[in-house]
Design a protein around this ligand. Structure first.
Ligand code: ZN
Length: 294
């Protein structure tokens, strides 16, 4: 009697313990920190859209760290290491040396980073930041910053010709073309989807090392673009860190695109964990139909 009783008790205890662990695992959310406070774009209206989007996905908890205005950021020191992923919606004054070092150490050590639109305008002369983001625009960028990168004749071109970094045509809806559907972020996405009205960055340039282009968009000359297939969804690996970068997201109305929102959530999960567990939502845009959310 005793001989059978003990192992059964042990077995039940073990099962209960495993079930508890599984339940805990399922409820542990990825901690996201959005950075804003300075941007030539309306961060006051875009950060809340991203926060709500990430929270609605059910996988994330989201904090926001808002820098003070002005040039003196010595008292602002976001605690990167507490988070699984940092989303930058920041384009402004240089961070303090301490914050810069903390950001590089965080990323190199395996932290996740998400770069949105004008965050790639920041810090044109900060070497490590440019290595982390892969490509950027404005901020004094030129051929010294690295090549232009675009997709032509079925492959990625690194074009070292001289010229400014960063320009754009008129805002409009535009098609995003998936170039790599094996990556967790783009897996299952329609091959072509119509993004809501946004500003299509072209002529971005940078070190572009350890970079994987997942999707592009054509910068039509008739809309003021330079006429190449521009990287629109891409990743960079930096040390042990994973970086997800999208030049999309000019304004709140651009971010209300169901395609942008799904891409943001997938990119953030991938940057934090290397995996994507989310389904492609039913309201994802098609090749010829924009899909926006409230
Ligand atoms: Zn913009």
């Amino acid at each position: 009697m005793l001989r059978t009783f003990l192992p059964v008790t042990l077995l039940v205890a073990m099962l209960l313990c495993q079930t508890t662990q599984a339940a805990e695992k399922a409820t542990v959310k990825i901690k996201v920190l959005i950075l804003d406070g300075q941007n030539n774009h309306n961060w006051r209206s875009t950060t809340p859209v991203m926060k709500k989007t990430l929270e609605s996905a059910g996988l994330f908890t989201v904090d926001v760290s808002t820098s003070p205005g002005g040039r003196d950021l010595s008292k602002w020191s976001p605690q990167f290491s507490k988070y699984g992923v940092i989303v930058s919606n920041y384009n402004g004054a240089p961070w303090s040396e301490k914050t810069q070092k903390a950001f590089v150490d965080y990323t190199k050590g395996g932290g996740g980073v998400v770069i949105i639109h004008a965050a790639n305008n920041s810090f044109g002369s900060w070497k490590e930041y440019n290595e982390i983001i892969g490509l950027g625009g404005w901020g004094g960028r030129s051929e010294k910053s690295g090549p232009y990168v675009y997709f032509k004749d079925g492959k990625i071109v690194r074009d070292t010709s001289k010229g400014r970094g960063g320009s754009h045509g008129a805002q409009r809806p535009f098609q995003v073309i998936v170039r790599n559907s094996d990556h967790p972020v783009t897996k299952g996405m329609p091959a072509v989807w119509l993004h809501a009205k946004d500003e299509l960055y072209d002529r971005l340039r940078g070190p572009a090392e350890n970079m994987t282009v997942l999707a592009t968009a054509y910068s039509e000359p008739k809309a003021g673009g330079r006429g190449e297939h521009e990287p629109m969804i891409f990743t960079v690996s930096y040390g042990k860190g994973r970086v997800f970068h999208t030049p999309m997201g000019h304004a709140d109305y651009s971010m209300k695109c169901a395609g942008f929102q799904a891409t943001l959530c997938r990119g953030a999960e991938w940057a934090a964990t290397g995996k994507v567990t989310q389904e492609i939502p039913k309201d994802f845009p098609t090749a010829n139909k924009v899909s926006t959310r409230k």
